[in-house]
Design a protein around this ligand. Structure first.
Ligand code: TGC
Ligand code: FAD
Length: 389
């Protein structure tokens, strides 16, 4: 049975023709090119590099940015791309999120003219891959504590430190790296592959996001030319602005994972028979699970759609993005676990996508601000009282 989307509340009616066209085109790409190969990559623990060029040709990298050959799509169309890609696999959506929201966006918004001309066309075309280094081994939820340092030395900065858990790290041609400078201000640097003293090492044996490269980056007295400093990035706030872009995409992407799980569970429940000739879908307990799943997906869709429209009106707030990331990822993780349950023992097999989505979503729950960090962001927004320390 082909995937026809999940749309209980006629959200289709809220979309423009262009948005529907974009969604349908990504849906076909995922059906034809991603689903046939992704399970194999996942089991082997490899990222499908062969999809980079086709995704670039379809305009997925930096699709919501303007200029430099980018598609300049609105936020809802961009969100729908993330949704459909993550129906394939969270690792694929991660790749596109990092490339667009965490590498192209900071170069686009904080970069010099030369940096934009050099990197944006190549990143858009998939001729270069990027990564984003904020997290450190001892500073995940609290990046303000970072130990990575950039010391001015003539016309260069000397970079020292370690970044942990970096998506695309070892395959990146350029890393956007955040470091504290001598004046205590955190700034962003473009660190190019091959820079002296720059090494990367991949994390192996992951149980989650196996079709994605995750690496540690080490900077040992790396000379970074002044021209590779992002001139308009000032303070941690600039890095957090990048996170808003990525978190927005994740709020949509998680819906895609949940849709894949719902689709699989519903089909299974209608075919699987136990105790009688009737399918398990005829039992109230199973129906209750399907109803809960569909209701939660529908609420998440409405949240993401509203967020997208606010973003395009220039009115979206970071705490609103936090609510959508927090809710939609937790929703998708719960849906994946319930779908696995409905499939019984078969739910643990790689013939079905649910366990893969479930395992992926454990990472998505943690990265880009853990579930609880977004709770604290929202708690502060509601009460005015920060509860981080
Ligand atoms: P705090 O004092 O609260 O803020 C510093 C300045 O930044 C402003 N700000 C924001 N601005 C824009 N967007 C946001 N989301 C912002 N959050 C805060 C704030 O107003 C302040 O501005 P100003 O003008 O007063 O200087 O900073 P803090 O150090 O107390 O931290 C706050 C906290 C905990 C919310 C922040 O550190 C945080 O978000 N932590 C979570 C870390 C995180 O999400 N890391 C993600 C790493 S990247 C990643 O995971 C990629 S996964 C791959 C993929 O996406 O697929
Ligand atoms: P910690 O911050 O140590 O948190 C551990 C637990 O403590 C969590 O439950 C957390 O919610 C809780 N906790 C922490 N502080 C508080 C508090 N004040 N109050 C209550 N509870 C608290 N980072 C990048 O920079 N770039 C990337 O490309 C990137 N890709 C990633 C890819 C993967 C697969 C993964 C898993 C992570 C990636 N990350 C990346 C890192 C990610 O952003 C961090 O893992 C995340 O920010 C959490 O940091 P941590 O793992 O150090 O957990």
């Amino acid at each position: 049975m082909a995937f026809a989307g999940v749309d209980f509340m006629n959200i289709e009616d809220l979309l423009s023709d262009e948005e529907k066209l974009v969604r349908d085109s990504v849906r076909s790409f995922v059906e034809d090119k991603v689903i046939p190969i992704i399970e194999d990559h996942y089991m082997k623990g490899t990222f499908p590099l062969e999809l980079v060029k086709p995704m670039a040709e379809l305009g997925y990298f930096g699709a919501n940015l303007k200029g430099y050959g980018c598609a300049g799509l609105n936020s809802v169309a961009y969100g729908l791309i993330m949704q459909e890609l993550e129906r394939g696999d969270s690792g694929l959506r991660s790749f596109v999120s990092v490339q667009g929201a965490l590498v192209m966006y900071p170069i686009h918004d904080f970069g010099s003219h030369e940096q934009k001309e050099k990197w944006l066309p190549r990143l858009r075309a998939g001729a270069a891959i990027g990564c984003f280094g904020l997290t450190e081994p001892d500073f995940g939820s609290n990046p303000a504590g970072m130990r990575t340092r950039a010391r001015k030395d003539g016309s260069e900065y000397i970079l020292n430190g370690t970044k942990a858990w970096i998506t695309n790290g070892s395959i990146a041609d350029v890393a956007v790296v955040w470091a504290r400078c001598e004046d205590t201000c955190i700034r962003g640097f473009l660190v190019e592959k091959g820079t002296e003293g720059f090494k990367s090492k991949d994390y192996h044996n992951k149980h989650s996001l196996r079709a994605s490269v995750t690496s540690e980056l080490v900077f040992d007295n790396c000379p970074i030319p002044q021209s590779n400093l992002l001139p308009k990035a000032q303070g941690l706030k600039s890095a957090l602005l990048c996170l808003n872009q990525a978190r927005y995409g994740i709020a949509w992407g998680a819906i895609g994972s949940a849709m894949a799980c719902y689709h699989t569970a519903r089909r299974w429940a209608l075919e699987r028979k136990q105790f009688s000739d009737k399918p398990i879908a005829s039992h109230q307990l199973v129906q209750n699970k399907l109803v809960h799943i569909l209701t939660e997906i529908t609420k998440a869709q409405l949240l993401a759609h509203r967020l997208g429209r606010l973003k395009d009106e220039g009115k979206v707030r970071p705490d609103q993005i936090s609510m959508a990331k927090r809710n939609n990822v937790a929703m998708a993780l719960e849906v994946a676990r319930m779908a696995r349950d409905i499939l019984g023992a078969n739910g643990i097999l790689s013939e079905y996508p649910v366990f893969r989505h479930m395992a992926n979503l454990e990472s998505v729950y943690t990265y880009e601000g853990t579930h609880d960090i977004h709770t604290l962001i929202l708690g502060q927004s509601i009460t005015g009282i920060p509860a981080f320390e």
